[in-house]
Design a protein around this ligand. Structure first.
Ligand code: NAD
Length: 501
């Protein structure tokens, strides 16, 4: 019998274990399990769907302003409980506390945006489109909806999804990452405290077994997914085949172009955070720098090397740490393997973080920052998503060459350009084949009132996450044409197609 705390499902407003399988959840800074999470079987997920289905009619009929008020109360509760929530994020994910706070704040902004739902749900109305005829279109809730989220933003990505889904009148089933599930569960409990009726938001933990039920049960009308590209692609295909609306956001390999005229000092500072913040475990991280010109590349390498030497790596709870551990032992081994592969493939390893040991945390999954120079497009460290603290510099001679590289890459999530040249920046933003672009901004993650989404194999589906696209994703349009003939007006049958001629 395990003595570890068990992270339970939240179904119909109650916590329970469901099923018989469990997985350990680790503190990556110590390499020790700190809890075990229940893994839902098909019957447990079906129970959650039934609860969401039962809650739907009452919630859908609740006036949008009342639904929005729950979001406003939740925002306050999230702010009041920030230390607890972020403590759980840092414990199970490993990122430093300041980074967990930043993640939570971005999530809260999505809750804030969802509290504007009554305004966002207003339709369009046209009077007198014909004799005594008015027409309007409105957004109606889809029904039971679901979200499947990744480990790297355990609190923010769920908040991209369910607040807007429920504010639009849907009910929701969240399946957080089984690697760090506690913070999403705590937020769901706070939503109950904020007044969300039981069943409107259910949380089931689990793996493929749980996800497969969400993808095939006909009561689920739409699925949002964020995670790796192979899983995103499979989820998109299975969900669509089962008649659901699906948006599936996948992996990334974001390039930062540094032009010869850039402010190199600022570019280096920006690249440090973008490459090594959250140990590189961000889908908007910058793992590749494309330096235009040899002098630019030399200056960037020198600047990064000097800054890396000042970095403090340690447990996320420690004061003034810049970077914590990787999330799991398996991920640590994978990322380390990429560093080995880069060396074997002939890239120059300028900074080698493989030998790092953190005193008192010898079992933790710590990898120091790594920096490669002379990375070539054929190398695995160029092509594949590493998702760790590994930054590679590619040397090119022109902006056109840099843009051709980015356009040819499989992923198109984010990119940025560092320059003082407005013409180059405008050309870049106009033509680059990437969904989110920064100019002197390394992590161009859209704010909550713009939508988030990549191009190419970074997104499967049409609508982006959160912001205005979330209202479109979680609702369907209905167009109504209504006639109230004036008293005494009588018309004969008309056989021509109705028009305004
Ligand atoms: P993952 O694909 O392993 O898991 C994501 C979710 O899918 C988890 O809830 C997991 O339990 C579930 N899952 C895993 N395998 C599954 C399967 N075979 N069938 C059904 N469900 C399955 O991703 P991860 O390792 O948790 O997260 C890291 C990945 O997410 C990276 O590739 C990163 O780029 C990506 N990501 C993308 C974005 C974005 O907005 N595009 C944001 C964050 C993370």
């Amino acid at each position: 019998m395990s003595t570890l705390r068990t992270i339970q499902h939240l179904i119909d407003g109650r916590l329970h274990e469901g099923g018989s399988r469990f997985a350990d959840v680790f503190d990556p800074a110590r390499g020790q399990p700190v809890a075990r999470v229940a893994l839902a079987d098909a019957a447990t997920v079906s129970e959650a769907i039934a609860s969401a289905h039962r809650a739907l009619p009452g919630w859908k009929a609740t006036p949008p302003l009342k639904r929005a008020r729950v979001m406003s109360r939740l925002k306050t509760l999230l702010e009041d409980n920030a230390a607890r929530i972020c403590g759980l994020v840092t414990l199970e994910h490993g990122k430093v506390l300041a980074d967990s706070m930043g993640e939570l704040q971005r999530g809260i902004e999505n809750v804030e945006y969802a509290s504007y739902a009554p305004e966002l749900l207003k339709g369009e109305h046209s009077r007198n489109v014909g004799p005594d005829i008015d027409a309007w279109s409105e957004h109606q809730a889809l029904g039971v909806t679901a979200g499947i989220t990744p480990f790297n933003f355990p609190v923010m990505v769920p908040l991209w999804m369910w607040p807007m889904a429920v504010a639009c009148g849907n009910t929701f089933i969240l399946k957080p990452s089984e690697r760090d599930p506690s913070s999403a569960l705590l937020v769901a409990e706070l939503a109950l405290e904020a007044g969300l009726p039981p069943g409107v938001l259910n949380v089931v933990h689990g793996d493929k077994e749980a996800v497969d039920v969400l993808l095939t049960d006909p009561r689920v009308k739409a699925v949002s997914f964020v995670g790796s590209t192979p899983v995103a692609e499979a989820i998109y295909a299975t969900g669509c085949r089962n008649g659901k609306r699906v948006q599936a956001l996948g992996g990334a390999k974001n390039h930062a172009v540094v032009m010869p005229d850039a402010d190199i000092g600022n570019a280096v500072s920006a690249l440090m955070g973008a490459a090594y913040g959250s140990c590189g475990e961000r889908c908007m991280a910058v793992p590749l720098v494309v330096a235009v010109g040899e002098q630019t590349a030399d200056a960037i390498i020198a600047g990064l090397t000097a800054e890396i030497a000042k970095m403090k790596v340690g447990p996320g709870t420690a004061e003034k740490c810049d970077m914590g551990p990787l999330v799991t032992k398996a991920h640590f081994d994978k990322v380390r393997g990429y560093v080995d592969a880069g060396v074997e493939e002939g890239a120059t390893l300028v900074v080698d973080g493989r030998g790092l040991k953190v005193a008192g945390h010898e079992e933790g999954y710590f990898l120091g920052p790594c920096l490669f120079d002379h990375v070539k497009p054929a190398m695995r460290i160029y092509r594949e998503e590493i998702f760790g603290p590994v930054l590679g510099v590619v040397r090119v001679q022109t902006l056109a060459e840099a843009m051709a590289l980015i356009d040819a890459h499989e992923y198109g999530n984010g990119t940025c350009i560092f320059t003082r040249d407005g013409e180059a920046a405008r050309h870049f933003t106009d033509h680059i084949e990437v969904g989110m672009v920064g100019v002197n901004v390394p992590l161009p993650v859209p704010v909550a009132y713009h939508s988030f989404g990549g191009w190419k194999r970074s997104l499967f589906g049409d609508l982006h996450a959160y912001g205005p696209d979330a209202v479109r994703f979680y609702t369907r349009r209905k167009a109504i044409t209504q006639r109230w003939p004036s008293a005494g007006v009588r018309e004969g049958a008309v056989f021509s197609f109705p028009s305004s001629r």
